[in-house]
Design a protein around this ligand. Structure first.
Ligand SMILES: *Cc1c(COP(=O)(O)O)cnc(C)c1O
Length: 414
């Protein structure tokens, strides 16, 4: 019965072009990456130009970060051995937490920071610990899956407002009878690349006695003069801010942290189930992350963010020009100034066909389909890294220009 049920589900996925596949990389995360044959087909591994990772600053294989990871392993061994509250919390973790708290303290006064093994787990801990029965959660509809899951697991009722509709959020806040109110939002929306209006959200939080929980998975390391993230980008400062940054994207390693008021952090240590009931991050990773966080804040981080911004402008200008020259292609470029650039195609099969056509030319751009994005908005999610060159961006755009002028037969792109 189970197998029949799952097989039926699988066939439905195939019929709606929603099957997901993993590809085996044979070399480290980098713009040029050796990957097994296309589309699950057997084949000789090939080098592809990768436009799909979240390694925005190119730190995942940066020599200083890799060296720090090796040094961390020499010093601390391979694993942490236990959860944080048992015996797994080390000086390497404590030091990284102190460094992260210091980075965020201009924006979150008196901030303490708490490390998690992943952003997914951090979001579950924040929403389930703060979202008690006496709380209400208000969430943007395009928030990341981990925030949705955290809200569903929480005892608080979660209400979702249409993307960016702060007028509707305000009516919800006005009607709210719960004494604790939590507004939760992605800072940079992960599939569109647009940035939430955090100043307006904080203003709403202040006027309606709410707290603002910010998921800055794609902003930490990328936004702000020193890569401190979305709060620095907007120059926001408030005790009401609860900040979550991830360490596997721009920081190039793995894990996440929450920076917030000491009382909030203590509540997470005492009651956050996805903090308590899991083995601590290997201390070697924390050691490597200290190197990565220093790089992000230093001159090299500044140069890498400058390169990333130049690449982003070039990509956007060229994509806009391509769409203008070939309106029949039906593509739309989502509004975004971040290294996440979404080329919305619409139809699932058409997005897959476009990704396959790029793959045939050695370009690796993931096609993102529902349920990750709303039905009818399947897209190429193009992400840039400071490790890309301008020539890389032009190569991608040259290929897209040809594909825009001669739509692919599969699916209905137009
Ligand atoms: C990637 C991501 C997460 C999850 O972070 P991980 O460390 O990968 O678990 C959470 N929120 C957003 C917006 C993300 O893009």
């Amino acid at each position: 019965m189970l197998l029949e049920h799952l097989t039926r589900q699988r066939l439905e996925r195939e019929a709606s072009a929603r099957v997901r596949r993993r590809r085996v990389a044979e070399s480290p995360c980098a713009p040029r990456q050796v990957v097994e044959g296309a589309g699950g087909a057997e084949g000789v591994p090939r080098e592809l130009l990768n436009f799909g990772s979240n390694d925005y600053l190119g730190l995942a294989s940066h020599s200083a970060v890799v060296a720090a990871l090796a040094e961390g392993a020499q010093r601390w061994g391979a694993g942490s051995g236990a959860s944080y509250l048992v015996t797994g919390h080390s000086r390497a973790h404590a030091r990284l937490e102190a460094e992260l708290a210091e980075r965020l303290s201009p924006w979150v006064p008196d901030a303490r920071a708490l490390l998690f093994c992943s952003g997914y787990m951090a979001n579950l801990a924040v929403l389930t610990t703060l979202g008690t029965e006496s709380a209400a959660i208000f969430a943007d509809k395009l928030n990341h899956a981990s925030l949705i899951d955290g809200g569903l697991l929480a005892d608080a009722r979660m209400r979702r407002y249409p993307h960016g509709r702060l007028d509707l959020l305000e009516s919800m806040l006005r009607e709210c009878a719960q004494p604790i109110r939590l507004i939760v939002t992605d800072a940079v929306f992960s599939m569109d690349g647009d940035v939430a209006d955090l100043p307006a959200l904080l203003d709403l939080a202040e006027r309606h006695d709410a707290w603002l929980i910010i998921d800055d998975a794609h902003g930490f390391g990328v936004l702000g003069a020193q890569g401190e993230g979305a709060l620095a980008h907007f120059g926001l400062r408030s005790e009401r801010l609860i900040y979550m940054g991830t360490l596997g994207k721009a920081a190039g390693v793995a894990g996440a942290f929450v920076a917030a008021h000491p009382v909030v952090i203590d509540a997470l240590v005492q009651g956050g189930r996805s903090y308590i009931y899991t083995t601590a991050m290997p201390p070697a990773l924390a050691h490597a992350l200290s190197a990565s966080v220093a790089l992000i804040a230093g001159d090299e981080g500044v140069l890498r963010r400058r390169q990333l911004a130049a690449l982003t402008r070039t990509l956007r200008d060229r994509l806009a020009a391509i769409i203008a020259r070939h309106p029949a292609c039906g593509w739309q470029l989502a509004a975004s100034d971040t290294p996440i650039q979404a080329l919305i195609v619409g139809d699932n099969a058409a997005a897959l066909a476009l990704a396959a056509a790029l793959d045939a030319q050695g370009l690796w751009v993931p096609a993102i389909r529902p349920p990750t994005v709303p039905v009818g908005s399947a897209r190429l999610r193009i992400t840039l890294s400071a490790a890309h060159t301008l020539d890389d961006v032009h190569r991608l755009c040259d290929a897209l220009e040809v594909l825009a002028s001669a739509p692919i037969a599969t699916g209905d792109i137009a």
